[in-house]
Design a protein around this ligand. Structure first.
Ligand code: SAM
Ligand code: SF4
Length: 326
């Protein structure tokens, strides 16, 4: 079992398959010409399989594939199929532009739940936020996932002045369809133009939701990051991931592998453990994994605490979100 010094068990691994993406979301990609990692620096399919097996032997019960966009990887189907052999809940986070090509693969791999990112219900705004004119494609693919029986969670990064005016529309969507919308507070990463005035907080989201909907708080799972709500009479739910205003580090069970095989014990950790190089050099990766978990900070990678309005982003030492794997 992977326990840290705060007695937290780590049984949820998020694997980034690539730092490449077919979208260019403002809040995720660094504000510069993005150079993607050369293929030889990425974990290869067989290396991902070996590392996943090692983590499963150490107690991992859930694996999420992410990126960049995991489905742009040419061997994404092979990787999904190989990881499906492990006794884990396998899932992924995707921008959904390519999911229609993967429905059979997902079913065969036993995937039940898929997280899709969609920050606006407006075609023009979608183009501005992602720099791709693919709103209809993404919308149709979400409909396809619902029709195919997947549990669909929709991730919405809420940014003040950009899409907070659509929160009620997103909740309205949950009325007639079984979609589970998760509003994510905007987080600071390398060169993503974050500042605290752009965060639309958990409390602001709830206050706004209450102006139009009547809802109850649902019971959260032990390691749940989202605070969930069920609007009266709706098929779906909405939730808030309040990393900035009310972090949930106390029960964190997550560890991450970047596409170039670096282990991060927290989304905000400064340090990384290079387990891909260790694997290629036939070193003892179990020892490296355990040391990395043991070094986990109490909260937010030790990079900030308290009132998010006081965060000075120049002091944050981290990769961009696209290079970490969200
Ligand atoms: N390409 C896939 C997608 O967009 O779903 C997977 C990778 S993406 C980095 C994973 C998640 O991170 C997405 O839901 C995205 O909205 C979220 N994300 C990216 N940058 C973020 C930020 N600055 N604050 C909060 N969430 C962010
Ligand atoms: Fe790509 Fe996802 Fe980042 Fe958007 S959020 S740029 S789709 S990795």
């Amino acid at each position: 079992m992977l326990k840290d010094t705060f007695n937290r068990t780590h049984d949820y691994l998020r694997i980034s398959l690539t730092d490449a993406c077919n979208f260019r979301c403002l809040y995720c990609m660094p504000n510069e010409q993005m150079k993607f990692m050369p293929a030889k620096h990425l974990m290869q399919a067989d290396e991902i399989e070996i590392l996943a097996k090692t983590f499963v032997e150490l107690g991992v019960k859930k694996i999420r594939l992410t990126g960049g966009e995991p489905l742009v990887r040419k061997d994404a189907k092979v990787i999904v199929a190989r990881l499906s052999q492990f006794p884990v809940e396998l899932t992924l986070t995707t921008n959904a532009a390519l999911v229609d090509k993967f429905i059979d693969v997902f079913h065969q791999a036993g995937i039940k739940s898929i997280n899709v990112s969609l920050d606006t219900l407006q075609k023009d705004k979608f183009l501005k936020l992602s720099k791709r004119d693919l709103f209809e494609k993404v919308w149709n693919n979400i409909q396809l996932l619902i029709e195919e029986g997947f549990h669909v969670k929709v991730n919405v990064v809420v940014m003040k002045g950009i899409n907070n005016d659509e929160i009620l529309d997103f909740i309205e969507w949950t009325k007639n369809q079984p979609v589970h919308v998760r509003f994510i507070e905007f987080m600071p990463f390398d060169k993503n133009q974050w500042n605290s005035s752009k965060v639309f907080s958990y409390q602001e989201i709830l206050n706004l939701a209450e102006t139009q909907f009547s809802f109850i708080k649902m019971k959260d799972g032990t390691n749940e990051t989202a605070k969930k709500f069920k609007p009266f009479g709706h098929q779906g739910t909405f939730a808030v991931i309040s990393t900035m205003s009310a972090p949930f580090c106390l029960n964190c069970n997550r560890i991450r592998l970047t596409a170039d095989g670096k282990m991060k014990n927290c989304l905000f950790s400064k340090g990384e453990a290079d387990i891909l190089t260790a694997l290629r050099n036939q070193e003892d990766i179990v020892r490296i994994i355990k040391t990395c978990v043991g070094q986990k900070e109490k909260a937010l990678g030790g990079q900030f605490e308290g009132d998010f309005h006081k965060i000075d982003t120049t002091n944050i030492n981290n990769r961009s979100m696209i290079r970490i794997g969200g």
